[in-house]
Ligand binder design. Sequence first.
Ligand SMILES: [Fe+2]
Ligand SMILES: [Fe+2]
Length: 354
Amino acid sequence: MTYTPEKQQKMPVNPIFNPRGDDTIENRTMWFGNTTNLMQLNDVRYSWAVGLYKQMRENFWIPEKLDITQDVTDYWNLTPEERYAFDGILSYLTFLDSIQTYNIPYLKNPITAPEVTLCMTEQASQEGLHNQSYQWMIETIIPAEKRSSVYDFWRTDKILLERCEFIASLYQKYVDNPTHENYFIALVADYLLEGLYFYNGFIFFYNLASRMLMPGSADIFKMINRDELSHVRLFQRLVPEAMSTFTHSVEQIYEMFDNAVRYECKWTNHIVGNQILGITEASTEQYTKYLANIRLRAIGLEPLYKEDKFTKSPYTHLEKFADTKADGNTKANFFESGVTSYVMSSGLGGWDEI
Ligand SMILES: [Fe+2]
Ligand SMILES: [Fe+2]
């Protein structure tokens, strides 16, 4: 028998039910455990996951309950460049949430801690909801004769298609060849998607809202933003745990981050460019590199972009548009993903541990 290096070994598939499994806390691990696959949540090893799950459930929202009627007329008060960006960003975000909905189960299947499985199940449900909210926006705001061009934007826009193919390829690699190495890469790719790829899009909508345009769309994005930050929190737990479990190279993580930043800036410059008041190629670069730095720090790695300007967000003035707190006193710094002011219930025991 030939020896297979650990990185090339296949990820195990959990049996549906394993009566000989061992769910004791001492023997429970995130991966490669011997779970029964029963969701007995009375005893958990990863208590942060229980708090996070409750917080995700507290975030529940319904797109149709948010009023977007003003946006229907506002759409025609946007400049042609703003309308183009609006359509393109909606198409891009639809892509991101679509592949998340399909990919999360692949990442979830080898996990042997039921409390973490629970979070990922909720995450997949939220990604599905986000897709439905884009459909709600497109059907309500965009006139009927133009809708198919928005849905098909990714087919006709070469830069968007290239971007989508790049993002999907990192997931596809694991689906085609489910090795330890490809699992680790898919996990980091997922963290990049959750932590980096949405935010220039969100900024575009908050920027419009700051000029009293498209307030309903901004409200929907606040909700999506809040959900995405709970997914960022989840992956800020999973990635460091994976770093201590899987053979990997830190250089490869940095390379993935650098590539992600490059693609994100290229796409944002293409769809937003310098045509929108308050957003420039320079602010996009600063913001994207700033985000990459804080996401790296959150998984225990040194920032990649050392210049002083990449330690600050250029969009702090837009933070209030992402804040759902009614009284406005406890401003949520969503850029740092410390969104405790969004918590609505008192039943969130585990949240502080996150
Ligand atoms: Fe999402
Ligand atoms: Fe997400």
